[in-house]
Design a binder for this molecule. Structure first.
Ligand SMILES: *Cc1c(COP(=O)(O)O)cnc(C)c1O
Length: 382
């Protein structure tokens, strides 16, 4: 059996966790959390990186920090994970969905302006598969209309746009360290606070609405309830696991990229012959091989391909079901544009197994995909 995803371990996680255990510091914001935050701040060049228990939590913090109120609107792609929309619905706000680009399934920046209303407060972009959205154009639209930008960079650690790490370009960015992502802690995430004006309040929201982080750093001698908030911070055990993962992120990235490249070289000719589509990357973006997917010609062909792979013990999986037409999406949100790309690509996209220790199994996946299309070519020739 070749599974779709498998968590990568550096080998250092357990000894770090046991160090945290013997130190007796198990709650959040201890030494391991500080090391992780500093690592993110230095390597990504951000003002403040706050570890959270998930990317979902970081997105919820972003919606709170931007003061989303009932009736406010956020523009985002329909083709994304539910958390990108839920964060705003929890504040009573309305997700306004737009279609994505066919070449990389990122928000179609040319459609954003048509979705802006007097209630629009922010644009949320998703760097799908760790491939950058058109950030220059998106930031320019935001500044023309006085909007904030949130980057859902859940899949995008180590990826860049014109040399800038994804998640550090908008006002706020959110990373995920979920077990299925490139750099992991089981569950986990971080809020990247890219504007100094948000730092103090972000720390308060994350600590149940108290100024406990100023207390911990010795700035005040008791902490009190200051604002709304919740508990968004992970335990030290999680941070102890995460630290060696962050430190290995470049190696993880290289291992994934070489697998990605091998898929591209092996399957590129079939794509060029029109049997399916592959993502293209703008030259100024550096992706992180978070996923390798192909887009079949029809939904039926995707099902047959997935079945063919399954029969050989290979698990390949579709991805997002569009949000604009989902039960909660129609109740809480609205589509601002027609959704031809979202609707059609979500039905035809198939993700292939990709993880650092895929090893020789990758050859089997390539052989099985090739066999499927060779058979199809022969059938059509007859
Ligand atoms: C994984 C993912 C999330 C959620 O991350 P969690 O850490 O599991 O909360 C949000 N948005 C996108 C685009 C994701 O891929």
């Amino acid at each position: 059996m070749i599974v779709f995803t498998r968590p990568f371990l550096t080998g250092e996680e357990l000894s770090n966790i046991s160090q945290a255990m013997s130190s007796g510091l198990l709650a959040g914001d201890g030494p391991f959390t500080k090391l992780c935050s500093s690592w993110l701040e230095e390597k990504l060049g951000v003002n403040r990186a706050l570890l959270t228990h998930s990317c979902t939590a970081a997105l919820e913090m972003a919606a709170m920090l931007l003061d989303f109120q009932p009736g406010d609107e956020v523009i985002l792609p329909s083709y994304t994970f539910v958390s990108s929309a839920n964060a705003f619905v929890l504040r009573g706000a309305t997700p306004v969905f737009v279609d994505v680009r066919a070449d990389n399934l990122n928000i179609d920046e040319t459609l954003i302006e048509s979705a802006i209303t007097p209630r629009t407060k922010a644009i949320l972009v998703v760097h799908y598969a760790g491939v950058a959205c058109e950030m220059d154009e998106i930031m320019a639209i935001a500044s023309r209309h006085g909007l904030r930008v949130i980057e859902d960079a859940a899949q995008a650690i180590t990826a860049t746009y014109k040399g800038k790490p994804l998640g550090t370009i908008g006002d706020l960015g959110a990373l995920s360290f979920h077990a299925t992502k490139n750099v992991i802690s089981g569950e986990g995430g971080a809020l990247l606070v890219n504007r100094a004006e948000f730092v103090e309040r972000a720390e308060i929201l994350r600590e149940k609405g108290t100024d406990r982080s100023r207390f911990l750093s010795g700035q005040i001698d008791k902490y009190t309830w200051q604002d709304v908030g919740s508990s968004f911070l992970p335990s030290e055990l999680i941070a102890a696991f995460l630290l060696p993962q962050l430190q290995a992120s470049e190696q993880i990235n290289e291992a994934r990229l070489s697998i990605w490249q091998r898929y591209l070289e092996a399957l590129g000719p079939l794509a060029e012959a029109g049997h399916f589509e592959l993502t293209t990357h703008a030259a100024e973006t550096k992706h992180n091989a978070h996923m390798f997917y192909l887009v079949a010609v029809t939904a039926t062909e995707r099902e047959s391909l997935a079945k063919h792979l399954k029969s050989q013990g290979i698990i390949a999986v579709p991805h997002y079901v569009p949000l604009h037409s989902s039960p909660a999406g129609t109740k809480h949100g609205r589509a601002a544009t027609p959704m031809p790309v979202t609707d059609s690509y979500s039905e035809r996209l198939l993700r292939l197994p990709l993880y650092p220790d895929l090893g020789e199994d990758q050859q089997k996946v390539i052989a099985a995909v090739t066999e499927f299309y060779d058979k199809k070519i022969k059938r059509e020739a007859n």
